[in-house]
Write a protein that binds this ligand. Structure first.
Ligand SMILES: Nc1ncnc2c1ncn2[C@@H]1O[C@H](COP(=O)(O)OP(=O)(O)O)[C@@H](O)[C@H]1O
Ligand SMILES: [Mg+2]
Length: 220
């Protein structure tokens, strides 16, 4: 469960988000739209507690913004699947190793890592490409690897920041369909996009950020 209560977020004196109050339940699909610079990435940062609110509070997975420690922030981020806007895959490693990396840092057992990585790659339809290097894949396939990496820890929520940012319209649709399928499997998804057209094609809750205010639109 994600609970945001009267939260405001600022960079120095620049107030980016004002007085957000919102609950997101496990399993929900939430689409956050808004123009470039409106505060979508900042909103996601608030959710994974990469930023403290200057006012109000955020509570995610039992952690509270007012009391969370640095160590707990690392644990929280491990319990969320995060697809960053400027994701980086390691090109000196295979697709498999790029996904496994997220688990290796947690000290998981080799056999568990193997099972989870193959499962995550299967979920994104890339099992057959697991021995390749990311640079040998198409842009859409690379984004699938990034999503597999975010899924591999079985997070309650997947946070995706402009997951179709650099993709052509057809490949974007495939990635959106993949996120919808992941959500159908029970995982909550919070996705930010500047492309309001995509919002029309998705089922779920829709929000828009305008002039620092997050507003919920009628669901579709
Ligand atoms: N690290 C930062 N320091 C200062 N200002 C920032 C920083 N990151 C973002 N901003 C500003 O906050 C606003 C919202 O940015 P952002 O959340 O990245 O928007 P979006 O993701 O919707 O494009 C913009 O005006 C941006 O310039
Ligand atoms: Mg952004």
């Amino acid at each position: 469960m994600i609970t945001i209560t009267n939260a405001s977020v600022a960079y120095g004196s620049h107030l980016v988000l004002r007085d957000i109050t919102l609950q997101i339940k496990p399993g929900e699909f939430v689409l956050v739209t808004g123009q470039t610079g409106s505060g979508k990435s900042t909103f996601l940062k608030l959710l994974y507690m990469g930023m403290d609110p200057v006012k109000g509070s955020v509570s995610v997975g039992g952690y509270h913004s007012a009391s969370i420690t640095t160590r707990q922030k690392a644990l929280l981020r491990r319990s969320l699947g995060i697809v960053f806007q400027d994701h980086r895959l390691f090109d000196d490693r295979s697709v498999y190793d790029n996904v496994a990396f997220a688990l290796e840092v947690t000290g998981a057992r080799h056999r568990d890592i193997q099972r989870k990585v193959l499962h995550a790659l299967g979920d994104v339809g890339l099992s057959h490409q697991r021995h390749r290097k990311p640079s040998e894949l198409s842009g859409g396939e690379q984004q699938r690897v990034v999503i597999a990496r975010a899924l591999v820890n079985s997070p309650v929520f997947l946070l995706a920041d402009e997951p179709t940012g650099n993709l052509d319209p057809a490949t974007s649709r495939e990635i959106l369909q993949l996120l919808a399928a992941i959500n159908m499997g029970g995982m909550g998804v919070v996705m930010a996009t500047h492309n309001a057209d995509q919002a029309g094609a998705m089922r779920g809750r829709r929000m828009v950020i305008e002039e620092g205010v997050l507003r919920e639109l009628p669901a579709c």
